[in-house]
Design a binder for this molecule. Structure first.
Ligand code: MEV
Length: 327
């Protein structure tokens, strides 16, 4: 048996635009997915999870490799999670040359699913790491991030950047621009998260931005403007200028909103955070529902969010330097 865990993340800047080659800066947070893997002799894959959301629900799912159903990622969040595990195991079979190997996989995650905190990337990173180690192979962090990216790319029909998976594999704050992924310095960030209890469909949201960008030059300019915000954000991060980081997060949210990926509940939480005195607030991840990220060293934002209609959970999340962890 092998066990690995990997962190979720928030986007400080740059989601969606990163899909078109602009830079993005996600940073890993101390909410983790833990995956336990045991080799099976019969070649079957069985996936079990008791708790894939903050609320928790149970799913059991077992398939043999040649009887695997077509998985529609939008079908349900749970089926989507199983699709990611299935894809991760395919990568493990490929990288180890063990085409027929089967596994029992148990997922235990405190990252809400599809809510912009990188749940799928964390599950995929931890699953690939644990399953390869179960077969006696330890991947380098770069190879692990690459295999996890390939999984997301395939499951999301070719619409994925390297940002989520690289960040989850390495931990810390990272900068991703196309194939170029690296760790960057970030100050101690007073991160507060608001969660509306819902989720967005990443594939649909990415496709929506793609269509807008193809239809309107000003939508393409908006995507490019997000790239400019990110470049300014990097300078603010290296200067440790929290006020400026917050201002740029606000700007980034406005541009994402213009691209149609915010929602009423995300906007409500963003404004509740700003009204409570947060230095800045924005949606994180694909949008459409899920989480916002705000910066506030005081307890005000967390308290205000917990009383905001439509906000199901508000919590602090520390940046973690620890990526994949072998347990
Ligand atoms: C989703 O967490 C972030 C997006 O930029 C898609 C991606 O980068 O793969 C919307």
């Amino acid at each position: 048996m092998a066990i690995s865990s990997a962190p979720g993340k928030v986007y400080l800047f740059g989601e969606h635009a990163v899909v078109y080659g602009e830079p993005a800066v996600p940073c890993a947070i101390e909410r983790r997915a833990r995956v336990e893997v045991s080799r099976r002799e019969d070649g079957k894959l069985s996936v079990h999870s008791d708790d894939l959301t903050l609320d928790g629900f149970t799913v059991e799912y077992g398939v043999s490799p040649d009887e695997r159903p077509d998985i529609d990622v939008s079908e349900s969040l749970v089926t989507a999670a199983m699709g990611y595990v299935d894809g991760a195991i395919e990568q493990v079979r490929d990288v180890t040359g063990n085409d027929d190997v089967g596994f029992d996989v148990t997922i235990d995650s405190d990252i809400p699913l599809g809510a912009g905190l990188g749940s799928s990337a964390a599950v995929v990173v931890a699953a690939i790491d644990a399953a390869t180690r179960e077969l006696g192979t330890t991947l380098s962090t770069e190879e692990l991030a690459d295999r996890a990216y390939r999984t997301e790319h395939e499951v999301q029909d070719g619409q994925a950047s390297r940002a989520d998976t690289f960040c989850s594999a390495t931990g810390g704050a990272v900068r991703v621009e196309g194939e170029d992924c690296r760790s960057i310095e970030a100050p101690d960030l007073p991160i507060v998260i608001g969660f509306d209890g819902g989720a967005g469909d990443t594939g649909q949201l990415v496709a929506g931005v793609r269509n807008l960008r193809e239809e309107y030059d000003f939508a393409a300019d908006t995507v490019a403007a997000i790239g400019d915000v990110v470049r300014n954000g990097e300078e603010a991060l290296s200067a440790g200028d929290l006020e400026e980081i917050g201002r740029l997060m606000n700007f980034n949210h406005g541009l994402l909103s213009a691209l149609g990926v915010s929602s009423r509940s995300l906007d409500t939480m963003v404004w509740a955070a700003r009204d409570a005195g947060a230095m800045g607030a924005k949606l994180t991840g694909a949008g459409g529902g899920g989480c916002i990220v705000a910066l506030d060293p005081t307890p005000e934002t967390e308290t205000a969010l917990s009383f905001t209609p439509g906000c199901e959970d508000a919590f602090r999340a520390a940046l973690t330097e620890e990526g994949v962890k072998r347990i």
